[in-house]
Design a protein around this ligand. Structure first.
Ligand SMILES: [Zn+2]
Length: 237
């Protein structure tokens, strides 16, 4: 291989990588701008915001909380990372007030060590890839991790407690797992597959999760996910 050809190949790879990183940064930057605008003036965004307990179109699951879906399934926050669910940012910054509800009838588990999360086991959800699927709800604790915002009916060590769709599970918080780096106020919601033994699979692995969009009936538009039927209703006179 000539030096010229080698240089051309090297530069081409460099250019491709550069375009990839630039696209990734532009996408994340756009989402951060949307998030910032949403937190400053939620009224401007109310046609895009979703509501806890709402059913979007004929979707099998209910919307699990109030807010704006800014980060989706498969999104990458840093190279090598893939996000396993939806991040739904509630209006405002106040912890412990934005409700989180069960997306579908199911059986709730809260492991003894879980201060901010619950997982629900569901049977025969239309469109699900298997007869049993789970929904996972996280960040329901204060920024310092001292206060859990999970409803008192579901203390740590709760197993297989039946809840109806729409049941209050708790409230959005800012607990990230690290008290020095709290997250913005939001709910992390994911649709998780079962293990062969019938338990829930490791939720942090993308391959163990499903895109929540078809289960909730939302569609991606301009980088965020909205309920299209809701938008039609609110924009028509
Ligand atoms: Zn998340």
């Amino acid at each position: 291989m000539t030096l010229l050809r080698r240089s051309v190949i090297f530069l081409s790879i460099g250019a491709l990588l550069g375009v990839g990183v630039w696209g990734w940064q532009a996408n994340i930057w756009r989402k951060i701008q949307v998030l910032w605008q949403w937190q400053r003036s939620p009224d401007d965004w109310h046609t895009f915001a979703i509501q806890a307990g709402q059913r979007c179109g004929n979707a099998p699951m209910r919307i699990p909380t109030d807010g704006l879906i800014v980060f989706g399934w498969g999104d990458s926050f840093r190279p090598g990372h893939r996000h396993t669910g939806f991040d739904i940012f509630g209006p405002g910054e106040q912890e412990g007030v934005v409700p989180v509800v069960a997306a579908y009838d199911g059986y709730l588990t809260r492991e003894p060590t879980w201060r901010s999360a619950v997982i629900l086991r569901h049977e025969n959800v239309p469109g699900a890839p298997a007869p049993v699927i789970w929904t996972y709800y996280a960040h329901m604790a204060s920024a310092d991790g001292e206060t859990s915002f999970i409803a008192p009916e579901f203390p740590p060590g709760t197993y297989n407690r039946f809840v109806k769709a729409g049941t209050l599970l708790g409230y959005q918080g800012r607990w990230s797992g690290n008290p020095r780096q709290p997250t913005g106020l939001h709910l992390h919601f994911s649709v998780v597959e079962s293990t062969p033994a019938g338990g829930y699979a490791n939720e942090t692995v993308l391959e163990n999760t499903n895109d929540p969009a078809p289960f909730l009936g939302v569609e991606k538009q301009s980088g965020i996910w909205i309920c299209p039927t809701q938008q039609r209703e609110t924009t028509q006179p």
